[in-house]
Design a protein around this ligand. Sequence first.
Ligand SMILES: Nc1ncnc2c1ncn2[C@@H]1O[C@H](COP(=O)(O)OP(=O)(O)OP(=O)(O)O)[C@@H](O)[C@H]1O
Length: 249
Amino acid sequence: MNQALTLNGLSVAFGGFKAIKDVSLSVATGELRVLLGANGAGKTTLMDLVSGKIRSTEGSVRVFGQEITNWPEHRIARAGIGRKFQIPSVFRDLTVEQNIQVACCNKHPSVFANLRFGVSADRRRRIAEILELTGLVEVARKTAAFLSHGQTQWLELGMLMAQDPKVILLDEPTAGMTHAETSKTADIINRLKGRHTLLVVEHDMGFVREIAQHITVLHLGEVLAEGSVAEIENDARVRAAYLGSKGIS
Ligand SMILES: Nc1ncnc2c1ncn2[C@@H]1O[C@H](COP(=O)(O)OP(=O)(O)OP(=O)(O)O)[C@@H](O)[C@H]1O
């Protein structure tokens, strides 16, 4: 199965207002797809539909061919859709490494019981790999409460990766970050390409240029354009849709 995530004719209406209209898109295994669009275009609503936070009124969502349309959020998560929100939910009193261990080995409902259980050699290797991929090796023993904003975001990404989702949804991963943190986030995300399938909502075109392979542009709840960074930046319809908002820059 080459397609990790497939949306077909997806729509949602809030009262009489159709926020998402007949959206179809397909993300290949290992692909990083950027979802671009002006304020109110429907990006968050689309992520909410995929992750099961809200229910669609028409259309379907499939993960590796399995239909998950309108399943409850926890079942969609179990089917392999992992979502990272802007507000992190790390365990502030645990170290970076312990946070990843808890996420990796959450067999037991109690966080501390998970920490007491030994970690297999395989898991230990996976934790080390995640620390490496997220650039957190040097702060592995640091308590999460003392991390910078960027490090906290990278830790949450690492915790998500530790759960091995088939598809990772990232909602504005650089929000509130400094220039240096944004650049490091681009490095991290570029390292994930090919290993994970990602759907990333992002406004910052500088960042998008650094990470994007393929972009889908939403406008007023519909797919306006799809293509490479160069194709999207030179698309007259995309340029017109952004006029009056922040513009593509
Ligand atoms: N629960 C809701 N009830 C009514 N309208 C909603 C609801 N959620 C979203 N909308 C509307 O749907 C449209 C799409 O909103 P959405 O938040 O998905 O846009 P967005 O592209 O994520 O924008 P932003 O970049 O500002 O976050 C907007 O017009 C918004 O007002």
